[in-house]
Design a protein around this ligand. Structure first.
Ligand code: NAD
Length: 306
């Protein structure tokens, strides 16, 4: 199949593109390199440097006629969304609307959208399913949820199938310190440079960390399964930030005391995603546990001498 991946040069996108190529798909990336680097783009890929909001994107759809669109390009920084909600909405909501209009006009067979657990907002300290009430704490969470709603209504009005994937905190090689799951990459960068990592709040906040290669697999499975469904893509395990740092320090054999700072606006206290629906319908299960994923990630940062 011919698959167009917006944001395909990014952290998660580059892993998705690698897996698509391995799976024999013809792959096109549209990325403006706002938060990524050309050297992270897998070879053997048709790379188009373009903003998804550029009117020239229509020409790409007309010329390439992709079968599937995997939409990952986004403003991904929660803090930026709080400071500048207009910019966040322009990129995430309007960018998505423009893109899905081209999907209709050029007969795309399916849209696969990268959403986020940020749509749920604060949850109880327990595992949550996709039917948990939506109440985002940041404009980023709101713009992701609004995009989900546009995609669903657009799909019912125009009969274009979709799959929405709500990721937990994604981590792994090539991640920068920005974005949602950036804590692991930030901590490794600090630890490897013998600097103290910062912990916001008391460090007892929990996160569901999911390895990027597992997230890439969820996207590839969604090409042929899970039509018109929303899935949590997480490990269904929770780890506190304090616990995480302890594991990372032991992997790196260092002992550094973190710096404490006050909690940040828009940060959620607990996050754990029930992944039963993805297992049942997509046949997706995470194949990396936290220790294996952290080990791979640590080796990557060490080899890059970051
Ligand atoms: N990293 C996580 O933990 C996480 C969690 C939940 C959801 N997500 C979602 O997954 C997707 C990928 O996130 P990521 O962590 O890989 O972030 P990333 O910043 O590494 O990747 C986003 C990519 O999109 C590109 N981009 C941004 N705006 C663009 C625009 N207007 N036009 C064209 N390209 C543009 C960037 O240059 C970058 O290559 C995003 O939609 C994000 O919201 C990420």
């Amino acid at each position: 199949m011919k698959i167009l991946v917006t944001g395909g040069a990014g952290f998660i996108g580059s892993h998705v593109v690698e897996l698509l190529i391995q799976s024999g798909h013809e792959t096109i990336i549209v990325d403006n390199f706002n938060s990524s680097k050309k050297e992270d783009v897998p070879s053997k890929v048709h790379l188009i440097e373009m903003d998804i909001n550029a009117p020239q994107l229509e020409g790409i759809f007309a010329q390439e006629k992709p079968d599937i669109v995997i939409h990952m390009a986004a403003q991904v920084d929660v803090a930026i969304s709080i400071q500048n909600p207009e910019h966040d909405a322009e990129q995430n909501i309007l960018g998505t609307i423009r893109l899905i209009n081209y999907c209709k006009k050029y007969n795309v067979q399916k849209i696969i959208f990268s959403s986020s657990c940020a749509v749920y907002g604060e949850t109880a300290d327990c595992s949550i399913t996709e039917s948990f009430p939506i109440k985002p704490l940041s404009y980023y969470g709101l713009s992701k949820y609004t995009s989900e709603m546009y995609i669903q209504l657009f799909s019912s009005l125009n009969q274009i199938p979709f799959t929405i994937l709500r990721y937990a905190n994604v981590y792994g090689p090539k991640q920068t310190s920005k974005g949602e799951g950036g804590v692991i990459s930030t901590f490794f960068r600090k630890i490897l440079n013998n600097e103290a990592p910062i912990i916001y709040g008391d460090g007892e906040q929990t996160r569901d960390f999911v390895y990027v290669k597992d997230v890439a697999m969820a996207n590839v499975l969604a090409i042929s399964k899970g039509t018109n469904e929303i899935f949590n893509i997480g490990s269904n395990t929770k780890t506190s930030v304090n616990e995480l740092l302890k594991i990372m320090k032991s992997l790196a054999s260092v002992d550094i005391t973190p710096i404490s700072k006050p909690e940040r606006d828009g940060d959620i206290q607990h996050s754990q995603l029930d992944n039963t629906k993805a297992a049942t319908i997509l046949g997706w299960n995470p194949s990396y546990d936290l220790l294996n994923g952290l080990n791979d990630t640590f080796n990557y940062y060490k080899s890059k001498k970051i």
